[in-house]
Write a protein that binds this ligand. Structure first.
Ligand SMILES: [Mn+2]
Length: 332
């Protein structure tokens, strides 16, 4: 919990921070926000990642200091692991031998740390890093603010998703007071893509299809598309959200082939449709409206399995919605 994290930071001096492979806006924004927080306290700290910083986040303060490594190759008093469902997600050898501090806002995270600070009410881990500033008495500098703001806009889809709360806006408002420019931050993240992303988008969106109800949609992202577009993994980030812009679509899966017969599934949904429960059936996890898991088999097998479960999740949610409405009517 938070008080243990504060005590640890006060008592110790040498730290590392890491996050999951293919880091995103929250993992990098939060890792670098924590990096600046610890620097403000004169701690010895570095950010270590298995994968390099994607182009969209290279403007974040401190991004150039992120050290890419396949293993934890130094000794630290503690390693902070940011938004990971388990200790293998950072892809760093020997991480489990360290004093691990697990910091996450996902409801399905395993308690793999010596200290586990989990807050599923936070819209992003960035919001938790902001709270940690308050708890440690560290002034929110412009560096911290820019990192945390990027975490917020990426994890909330620019304050569109259901994880956006009054507190998210309060934190964002505080960050703006320190000098964050929303248009500049948004442009850096959402308007800095390479041309290969457009080509890959064309290929992936051309595979879009819906089930017979029109409520469940599916996208394919094959290795071949990636090769043809000369694109990187990260170029497909966010594609899964496009089918949800269609009114009646309530759940989407995008299957990204990571090697022949193995697919990383990104799941998204609207409202009460719970895709975290679907992801858990395949050993994955996430939030109600955004989750991920890994599937195996032929494309057809993997797609059939995920569509069936998404249809089930949509039906359950609509059943629940009916019950809630009935209950409201009868209580009148
Ligand atoms: Mn997050």
């Amino acid at each position: 919990m938070l008080s243990q994290v504060v005590e640890l930071i006060e008592a110790k001096g040498k730290f590392a921070i890491t996050s999951h492979r293919r880091p995103d806006g929250d993992s990098l924004g939060s890792s670098l926000g924590l990096y600046w927080l610890l620097r403000a306290l004169d701690k010895d700290v570095e950010v270590i990642m298995r994968d390099p910083v994607p182009h969209a986040y290279q403007q974040l303060p401190g991004a150039a200091n992120v050290r890419v490594t396949p293993a934890v190759d130094d000794s630290y008093h503690a390693v902070f692991v940011i938004e990971c469902s388990d200790v293998t997600r950072p892809g760093l050898d020997d991480l489990e031998k360290q004093f691990v501090v697990n910091i996450d806002h996902h409801a399905t995270t395993a308690l793999f740390g010596k200290i586990n600070w989990l807050d599923s009410t936070a819209s992003a881990v960035g919001e938790m890093i902001y709270n940690l500033c308050k708890a440690t008495g560290v002034r929110v500098t412009k560096e911290i603010a820019e990192c945390v703001y990027t975490a917020l806009i990426t994890d909330t889809g620019s304050f569109h998703f259901s994880n956006t709360t009054e507190r998210t806006f309060k934190v964002a408002s505080e960050l703006l007071r320190t000098g964050v420019k929303p248009a500049k931050a948004a442009e850096a993240v959402f308007a800095s893509y390479p041309w290969s992303r457009i080509q890959l988008m064309g290929a992936v969106l051309s595979t879009a299809r819906r089930d017979s109800t029109g409520r469940v949609a599916l996208l394919r992202h094959s290795l071949e598309m990636q090769h043809t577009a000369h694109s990187s993994d990260e170029d497909a980030d966010g594609f899964v959200n496009y089918p949800l812009t269609v009114g009646e679509v309530e759940a989407v899966a995008m299957l990204r082939e990571s090697e022949p017969g193995v697919y990383r599934a990104s799941l998204r949904s609207k409202g009460e449709v719970n895709v975290a429960k679907v992801a858990e059936k395949f050993g994955g996890g996430g939030h109600r409206n955004a989750a991920g898991c890994t599937l195996r088999g032929t494309w057809e097998e993997a797609e059939e399995r995920i569509i069936a479960l998404l249809q089930d999740a949509v039906e359950r949610a609509n059943g629940l919605a009916d019950i809630t409405e009935d209950a409201l009517v009868s209580s009148d």
